[in-house]
Design a protein around this ligand. Structure first.
Ligand SMILES: NC(=O)c1ccc[n+]([C@@H]2O[C@H](COP(=O)([O-])OP(=O)(O)OC[C@H]3O[C@@H](n4cnc5c(N)ncnc54)[C@H](OP(=O)(O)O)[C@@H]3O)[C@@H](O)[C@H]2O)c1
Length: 302
């Protein structure tokens, strides 16, 4: 598997990561032993970046479900393989009655980080991402708390998610931010649309964040890179350009989309979600799929 450097950290991770959310959210989530097999399979396929969050669970009665699965799966591996895996988690969302609410208060983030350490079974979290800005809490308070946790050795690197360019400017003045995780896929192309400098739009305004991350050497982790859990399978029927290229190349539409994302810049590291081993076996092949200039130009049209 090809590797990419995670922002300015110097840490190399697989060019295709694993989004672990489908192993824990409602609708067809697998049983625990199967979920652990899926995680082991991803690592056997060469994946060394796993994305999770404390909020990937059914509701707040089982916060940390996804992190516990990953922690358990990793503990079953020999240290030599386990140590190669870089786990990125997130805090700042809560799941009362299955809702996705925000809590960016220092009190919550401190407790959430401690719970994530325990759920993952580690002393230090590789990458802790502030999941989504809580408008009720000044960003300086939320990031100030995460910076303190980093200084205490509980977090190795800090990242953010669902951030626009103005938020990123502010965040980078407050903490050493190494990565941004924003939605980016064939159906959601705001990050690439126009360069930064446009007037801010209502949240979530992620316009221009792709160019921004390249300029400032931040890793860009596209979330829902295959159009999301409900639409990933139908890419071959909903996107004619992707379907045509996939047929011509003899690869899956999902591989074409992931290869297109990888071609958007060396900072881009897609994290396709998966609850089946076959999805992972297919997606990792995208790391070796080099699209031609003509193919990329066909895919660039919106
Ligand atoms: N930061 C945020 O706010 C945020 C929000 C949403 C998601 N995320 C992260 O981003 C990750 C990815 O997003 P996502 O899971 O929502 O959506 P996604 O990656 O666009 O789609 C996931 C679905 O794609 C299917 N799939 C994956 N590879 C495939 C392949 N090669 N062929 C056919 N189907 C394939 C999987 O099916 P099977 O389940 O059948 O394997 C899975 O259900 C999440 O897991 C999570 O880690 C972050």
């Amino acid at each position: 598997m090809h590797t990419r450097v995670l922002g300015k950290t110097g840490v190399m991770v697989s060019a295709i990561g694993l989004g672990a959310m489908p192993l824990s959210v409602p609708d067809n989530r697998p049983a625990e032993d199967q979920a652990i097999e899926v995680i082991h399979h991803a690592i056997a396929c060469g994946i060394t970046l796993i994305d999770t969050a404390d909020a990937y669970c059914l509701d707040d009665t089982e916060t940390g479900h996804n992190e516990r699965l990953i922690g358990k799966a990793l503990r079953q591996l020999p240290a030599s393989r386990r140590d190669k895996v870089f786990v990125a988690t997130k805090g700042g969302l809560i799941r009362p009655q299955r809702r996705w609410d925000r809590d960016g208060s220092p009190r919550h983030l401190r407790a959430a980080c401690e719970a994530s350490l325990q759920a993952l079974g580690v002393d230090c979290i590789d990458l802790y991402q502030y999941h989504r800005i809580d408008p009720a809490v000044p960003l300086s308070e939320s990031l100030g708390c995460l910076k303190e946790l980093q200084q205490q050795g509980k977090i190795r690197f800090l990242g953010v998610s669902n951030f626009g360019t103005a938020d990123l400017d502010a965040a980078r003045n407050m903490a050493d931010i190494v990565s941004v995780q924003n939605e980016y896929s064939r159906r959601h192309r705001l990050p690439e649309l126009v360069p930064p400098g446009q007037p801010p739009r209502p949240e979530p305004d992620t316009i221009g964040t792709l160019a921004y991350t390249r300029k400032h050497q931040l890793a860009f982790l596209p979330w829902s890179p295959l159009n999301g859990i409900g639409q990933a399978k139908s890419l071959g029927t909903t996107d004619a350009v992707v379907a045509g290229l996939a047929a011509a190349r003899g690869v899956s539409p999902q591989q074409v989309v992931l290869a297109w994302l990888l071609a958007q810049g060396p900072q881009v590291i897609p994290i396709p979600g998966a609850s089946r081993k076959s999805s992972i076996s297919d997606s990792v092949k995208a790391a070796d799929l080099k699209l031609t200039a003509a193919e990329l130009s066909a895919l660039a049209k919106i």
